[in-house]
Design a protein around this ligand. Structure first.
Ligand SMILES: [Fe+2]
Length: 233
């Protein structure tokens, strides 16, 4: 079985996949230093309820270009045609926590890519039990909030609580070196990080896409008219 077929199957089976060394060392240094610099110069600019008081930037032109640059490889690795939605990056600091969550439809297919860090690796956790226990083919995706077994939940927090009550114990801790990425089904695979004690600084970028043949194509370009993307030129 070729590497590509193997990765396609792995992603289909698990709902997430680790991609080691997705960037060359030169490109990694270039983008990682850029992320550090933008965070250092601009600091905390926007309200980020997930990780308060940490520099975070959406729709950054460099990251949007990175998303475009990696798109063909990502499509090949997971065997899906994708549409880009948006990008976001943070430069985390010691003590930060990323609570357990699933993401909005624009994050149907998401990548988290470690760019640059000070100290040791900060683990990210994935729990794919809801994805794996879902019946039928991936094309029959039912968003968790519409899943009959948790349909009475009124908030994402309640959904997560109910999901975990039903599916405790299928969690994977993932260690991403600089340049490593994890690709995951953001609306279905629960993900989080515990308090950041392993290091002092971590630049991490998120590249978000939707399945071009799926039910969230309306989220292309995050529904923003005239949004910058290199492939539009
Ligand atoms: Fe997320």
């Amino acid at each position: 079985m070729s590497l590509e077929l193997n990765s396609v199957k792995k992603f289909k089976d698990s709902g997430y996949l680790i991609i080691p060394k997705i960037l060359s060392k030169e490109l990694l240094d270039f983008i990682g230093i850029y992320a550090y610099n933008r965070a250092r110069i601009e600091g905390v600019q926007s309200i980020d309820n997930q990780v308060p008081n940490t520099p975070s930037f959406g729709y950054d032109y460099v990251m949007e270009n990175l998303s475009d640059f990696l798109l063909p490889r990502i499509e090949s690795i997971i065997g899906m045609k994708l549409l880009p939605t948006y990008t976001y990056f943070r430069v985390y600091k010691a003590g930060d926590i990323l609570e357990k969550h699933i993401d909005r439809p624009a994050c149907e297919i998401s990548i988290t890519l470690s760019l640059r860090k000070g100290g040791n690796i900060w683990p990210i956790y994935f729990n794919n039990t809801d994805y794996k226990t879902r019946e039928g083919d991936n094309d029959e995706f039912i968003a968790p909030l519409q899943d009959p077994k948790i349909v009475d939940a009124t908030s994402v927090e309640e959904v997560l609580e109910k999901m975990h009550k039903e599916h405790i114990g299928d969690t994977t801790s993932v260690l991403l070196e600089e340049g490593d990425a994890a690709i995951y089904r953001g609306c279905e695979v629960v993900h989080w990080r515990e308090a950041y004690n392993e290091g002092t600084k971590l630049a991490q970028v998120f590249l978000h896409y939707v399945d071009a043949n799926g039910q969230f194509t309306e989220w292309k370009n995050d529904k923003v008219h005239d949004k910058y993307f290199a492939q539009d030129k």
